[in-house]
Design a protein around this ligand. Sequence first.
Ligand code: G6P
Length: 609
Amino acid sequence: MCGIVGYVGDQEAVPILLDGLRRLEYRGYDSAGVAVLHEGTIEVRRSVGKLINLEKALADRAIHGRTGIGHTRWATHGKPSEQNAHPHRSDGCVLVHNGIIENYVALKQELQRDGHHFQSETDTEVVAHLIGRHMKRGANLVEAMRAATREIRGSYAIAALCEREPQTLVAARSGCPLVIGQCAGATLVASDVMAMLAHTRDVTYLEEGDVALMTPSQVSITDAAGAPVRRTVTRVSWDAAAAEKAGYAHFMLKEIYEQPQAIRDTMRGRYTFDTGEADLPDIGLTDEQFAQIGRIWIVACGTSWHAGLVGKYLIEEMVRTPVLVDIGSEFRYRNPLVEKDDLFVTISQSGETADTLAAAREAKQRGARVVSIVNVVGSTLARESDGVLYTHCGPEIGVASTKAFTAQLAALYLLALHLARVRGVLNANDGRVWLERFVALPSLVEQILKRDGEIQAIAKRYYEKRNFLYLGRGINYPIALEGALKLKEISYIHAEGYAAGEMKHGPIALIDQDMPVVVLAPRDRLYEKTVSNLMEVKARNAPVIALVSEGERDLGNVADAVFTIPEVPALLTPILFTVALQLLAYHIAVLRGTDLDQPRNLAKSVTVE
Ligand code: G6P
């Protein structure tokens, strides 16, 4: 959600800002802008649409300076337009913002009564005016920022500069991420590390309420009241090359193909064959504490929520402990019945999703232990949890999540194994057998990827349809939801995921020859029931795309298209089905010609409610 980058140093700022914005564009892409300070004057360029438009505007009318800020926007208040694009300015200062200023209406009215004129419909512009007013009254930029943060309510990450203080940037954070990095001769600030990996991998994450003052050689951080605070430096293991397409047509395709490695990296060093155990040293709970857990909650949003639903089937089956799964935005507002001996698991690729973060805080306040499955090292969720299980899948750039999801599933398998062993539900021998099947998964994913052409051929037959239904049962019901979500996110085709047994209670009314039905039918104890559902679909003339276990013949005669997955125990089928469904959605979107790495209206990281 909105990308921010700031630079103060000895180089021309604009190329560095544009490079940073390019790497952050997945956060929002409806408009973009930069501002630089040159010989005491601020110059701003802004454009509607993708970053390329801003680059063209800058090529037409270049601006120069060694201190600057940039922004790529995902609109909340005010439609995407040049006037609403950031940076916003007032009284010799200029700023960019990610988040929502909730009391902006009252502040705007008060500022207008005080003679301030507004150029945009945004909530952000009030902050520029507040800072401008404090500076007019004698404050310097950092004092003005601190004063403004005491007046605004809501969530924000802000970076600002002003004409009176050359070679200075100021930033503030509450509710939205900001990270600072230093390299020889320069300091950078950004919404996430992707924007600065070309310059440094040693970064400092700001905490809630922090205000930072930056020059090319120094960074000083205080709390909102002005008291100095110390923040540690984190070394990021990703490098800039990990965020390139590396010859693939799209980031999404590259990330689909990275899944065998992402799953391997998530498994690596986290199990011991001899004892049949998972080794999770950073999990934050002792074996004794794990043994005493009453119930387990899993809370997440979007695709990560689907991983949570798989986690429920998995943990309840393997650990025989009740699991409650919830969506972050639902959980946080309904006075949830979390108990002190509950384990609270959150799942998030970014570690910054506002609703997931709020849910974790709520659970912590109620005394539960919070363990998070997170991809971004050092993210807010990772820092605020009692324990972390990192998915080591590298940066995920495609807005539609792929490798992060299957890596989350791999992490959940490890968590389930750990719980099952420490709670005495699974003995060492069964743990070993289970591990053998589990570690074979990445090479089975490779086998599916090699058969991409089969899925492409299916996509060619159905890409012009306007509605799809996805059916699954048990642990593959959430995979039906995820398959449908992938399709709608990137191809804009209406798709619904449904529990196969529930189809007769409504969606069957929609079925006709124009609605392909994707059925997930592994050979498990529910197989025959799923086949019955498929026959009901067929009887209503719907084209059926069946995903089945290898060697399955019954469905070949009934379904219009069949894709087989390698035979694995039922609990391990979700990752294999997922990869096939990701490829199906990808090829359909390519055939429809959508902008599938940056689908309309979506943002990768939802840092506002
Ligand atoms: C956005 C993204 C999804 C993602 C969801 C949760 O909606 O577009 O791909 O699943 O946020 O994000 P998180 O970072 O918490 O996993």
